[in-house]
Design a protein around this ligand. Structure first.
Ligand SMILES: Cc1ncc(COP(=O)(O)O)c(C=O)c1O
Length: 457
């Protein structure tokens, strides 16, 4: 396994725990956001002295910034293997990309959009507003019911506007069989969108050979946390209606009564674009390709295999959405678990405050799938919703998630296993106070003293 930990900014950070120990900080919340690659930061530092207005600016720096912005598009087009004819629009993140796609889909009454049961809210809520949403069942091991999909495509012939599917689950790490889905979708003459927010930093994507029509992803999940994402898709799809966001930059001619919209991708980029964000995401794409996906995948498989093997043996630990017969290529290093009847918030707190390990707890913006896999009944959901309305955020159903980044090491994985082993034996020492307004367990009387680390003063 190659040690890539040096490629990341801030990887040498030591966290001070409530008992005074200083431990190397371990970050296993990469599925939410990754740290920045040093190469990305370096590229931004090179670029920033030239940063200037783009598109219609007439100075040298404007021309250079415009040139770099367009080059970034091209790098991203190649990164996802899109055809030359596809447009790449820069967005804020995958959420904005999918909202934009839903807007341009111009769904008509009676149209359906097919998603899976395991989608992130970003690939669920935007469709609910505009279409009848049909959900492909996903079993407790993360496996999609392709027979259901085919039946729905056949029944809805002509009415299924788009099939929008996550590339990989942010809960179970299962990689969707998106090539097979694309093949089916095209057999029924419809379109497929891949929400690659989770997949893109881990596995190569080739839209052309996989038959994917649209891709969306976020830079902050692929080592470029500078506020950019992309939406990729066929040019013609984005020409037939007015933009979701309207203003400068997305128009050719405006009179008091008329508007001539700019062609895509500018039509999708109203307002001043985030040029540094585009530089950052493009450099991250280049860096991932330079390291090489075979190396990234091999490292991740080794760590995932280790974590699964060890965690599965710990009494009381239940890994959710995991298929015992998994093929390494069919999952990411995303492992969600519960430890007996311990609240996930408490497990997360012990990992953080007694072991210096950052994870994520909760429902990961995929409430419907968590409700399904945790078998939360309607009464509990109603009770929980009532308490939330009352300002009581305690005892939320949920899991603790470990999600790996390219820089995580075997040593860090060993620390995680040892910590979960101790927690499963109920070996934790701090006195935790449950906070009603946030639902968090925090060590009584402890304060990180955050200002000593960073301040605007
Ligand atoms: C599968 C999936 N899709 C979409 C998103 C939304 O990404 P963003 O918050 O960057 O818009 C996430 C974020 O966690 C995700 O995991």
């Amino acid at each position: 396994m190659q040690d890539l930990s040096n490629l990341i900014i801030g990887n040498d950070f030591k966290v001070t725990l409530p008992d005074g120990r200083q431990l190397p900080y371990v970050y296993f919340d990469n599925g939410a956001s990754t740290p920045a690659l040093k190469s990305v930061q370096r590229k931004l530092e090179q670029f920033i002295p030239y940063y200037s207005s783009i598109h219609r600016g007439s100075g040298f720096k404007s021309r250079l910034s415009t040139h770099i912005f367009e080059e970034a598009r091209d790098i991203m087009r190649k990164f996802v293997g899109a055809p030359d004819s596809a447009i790449v629009a820069f967005t804020r993140n995958a959420t904005e990309s999918i909202n934009m796609l839903a807007h341009y889909a111009r769904v008509l009454p009676g149209n359906q959009v097919i998603i899976s049961e395991a989608e992130h809210h970003a690939n669920d809520l935007p469709w609910r507003d505009i279409a009848e949403v049909v959900r492909i069942p996903v079993d407790n091991c993360g496996v999609l019911d392709l027979g259901f999909l085919e039946r729905k495509l056949a029944q809805g012939a002509g009415d299924v506007k788009i099939v929008s599917l996550t590339g990989a689950s942010n809960i179970s790490g299962t990689v969707s069989p998106y090539r097979e889905v694309a093949e089916l979708v095209h057999r029924y003459d419809t379109l497929i969108h891949l929400d690659a927010a989770q997949l893109a930093p881990h596995k190569p994507i080739d839209m052309t050979s996989a038959g994917i029509d649209f891709v969306s992803l976020s830079g902050h999940k692929m080592y470029a946390p500078y506020g950019s994402g992309i939406l990729v898709g066929p040019y013609d799809f984005f020409t037939t209606c007015s933009p979701l966001l309207e203003g400068g930059g997305c128009v050719e001619v405006v009179t008091t009564d008329t508007v001539m919209w700019a062609p895509p991708p500018e039509r999708l980029e109203a307002g001043t674009p985030n040029v540094p964000g585009a530089v950052a995401i493009a450099q991250a794409a280049r860096s991932l390709q330079a390291i090489g996906f075979p190396i990234l995948e091999e490292n991740e498989e080794e760590l995932t295999q280790y974590l699964l093997q060890e965690l599965e043996q710990i009494p009381d630990v239940r890994i959710i959405g995991h298929n015992a017969g998994w093929e390494p290529a069919s999952r990411l290093g995303v492992i969600s678990l519960i430890v007996g009847d311990l609240p996930h918030e408490l497990v997360g707190a012990v990992l953080e405050f007694e072991h210096g390990i950052a994870t994520r707890g909760g429902c990961f913006c995929a409430h419907p799938y968590i409700i399904k896999v945790m078998e939360v009944d309607d009464k509990t959901v109603a009770e929980f919703t009532r308490r939330m309305l009352d300002g009581d955020h305690t005892h939320r159903p949920g899991l603790v998630r470990f999600s790996l980044g390219l820089y995580n090491t075997l040593e860090e994985a060993k620390r995680a296993v040892a910590a979960i082993r101790q927690i499963s034996r109920r070996e934790f020492v701090l006195d935790y106070e449950l906070h009603r307004d946030s639902g968090e367990y925090l060590p009584r009387g402890f304060d990180y003293n955050l200002k000593q680390y960073f301040s605007f003063d």
